[in-house]
Design a protein around this ligand. Structure first.
Ligand code: ADP
Ligand code: MN
Ligand code: MN
Ligand code: MN
Length: 348
């Protein structure tokens, strides 16, 4: 069978890396579920993606995960790749390889699960959806989880994106309209389904696939999703990527409470290191207002939406479960966030 495989990778743009992709026609034999090594390595021009100088520009795309392509349909694939140097070592922009290495150094045995709440803002041209060309919409209040054409903007695109994620087999957990008009959220990761593996690599991969689908479906609507953490200045909520995580010890009724205390202390001690890698322009969002804790402070608490680390109500009551890191910006790299959390809580 001849298939279209969309090879997707993350470029070297600074300070925020972006997605790239190109199509390879592949012959996969008589199977709907190929193994990842049936997709051959491929190359690209790294000098056009901020990943190489012009005189030695060839870099390697190594397929590491694939899903069914819900846009091109049956028999076609989205293939996520790591970027490698010609000698086979990971390219310096390859943040997934750094996460793999931290898992191998000891984090993997903690059996961590992740869930990312990816917020984003839909723009047509320079204006967020639902905003007048000049001036501002009504103040925030009715838009979060709203319904009705005066409160919710872009639902058709958002629904289509969710369906594409489901068809692709991504671990999408839910969606909701956000506090600022034109702003939305999807969640990717742990969702309590038995045969799924919500580990850091898989959930990170799934969020990058879901981002790619969001931009791609936006093309059909002439609408662009931005992950900027503060897309509109002033009294408007920013966009984050709350990162929920648990380990075997945190999920266990016997060890949960003690583990929670230990993790929070470690996270507090490393606050500055986390802030540094939680996305560009984070200070614009972490102001202490709009459901955030100020960037220079660390607070952890039950149900507290002004905390750095929120302990969900049920987790606080029962003494085990998961924690929510509310600091990462919408534009943060989920591999980098997960890697930093694992290194801190496992004390590696
Ligand atoms: P919020 O109340 O903060 O808006 P959401 O309902 O948007 O939370 O999202 C909940 C997130 O928590 C999802 O991403 C989900 O995958 C994640 N999650 C739930 N339970 C766990 C767990 N045990 N370990 C890791 N992540 C979890
Ligand atoms: Mn949420
Ligand atoms: Mn949210
Ligand atoms: Mn949240």
């Amino acid at each position: 069978m001849i298939s279209m495989a969309e090879y997707i990778w993350i470029d070297g743009a600074k300070p925020t890396q972006r997605l790239r992709s190109k199509t390879k026609i592949v012959q996969l034999g008589n199977t709907d579920e190929p193994t990842i090594d049936q997709f051959p390595d491929w190359g690209f021009d790294g000098s056009s993606t901020y990943q190489a100088k012009g005189h030695s520009s060839d870099l390697v795309l190594r397929p590491v995960n694939y899903v069914h392509d819900p846009i091109r349909g049956h028999g076609n694939y989205l293939v996520l790749c790591e970027v490698m140097n010609p000698d086979g070592s990971p390219h310096e922009s390859n943040t997934r390889a750094k996460l793999r290495s931290t898992l191998e150094k000891g984090a993997a045995k903690e059996d961590a699960w992740f869930g990312f709440e990816q917020e984003y803002t839909l723009f047509r041209g320079r204006t967020p959806l639902g905003w007048p060309e000049d001036g501002y919409p009504a103040p925030q209040g009715p838009f979060y989880c709203g319904v009705g054409s005066d409160e919710v903007f872009g639902r058709q695109l958002v629904e289509e994106h969710m369906e594409l994620c489901i068809e692709a087999g991504l671990m999408i957990y839910g969606i909701n309209a956000e506090v600022m008009p034109g702003q939305w959220e999807y969640q990717i990761g742990y969702r309590g389904i038995d045969e799924e593996t919500p580990d850091a690599l898989t959930t990170g991969d799934h969020n990058w696939f879901a981002r790619w689908l969001l931009y791609r479906v936006g093309e059909e609507y002439g609408v662009n999703a931005t992950l900027h953490p503060k897309p509109v200045r002033g009294d408007w909520n920013g966009a984050g990527q709350h990162t929920n995580f648990s380990t075997k010890a945190l999920r266990s009724p016997e060890t949960g409470r003690k583990t929670m205390e230990k993790y929070i202390e470690r996270l507090q001690n490393k606050h500055k290191d986390h802030i540094q890698v939680y996305g560009a322009d984070l200070h614009d969002r972490l102001t202490g207002a709009h459901e955030t804790c100020h960037i220079d402070e660390f607070r952890a608490g039950p149900s507290d939406r002004g905390a750095s680390i929120r302990i969900p109500l049920k987790v606080h009551q029962e003494g085990y479960g998961y924690l929510e890191d509310r600091r990462p910006g919408a534009n943060a790299d989920p591999y980098v966030v997960a890697e930093r959390i694992l290194r801190t809580i496992c004390d590696l």
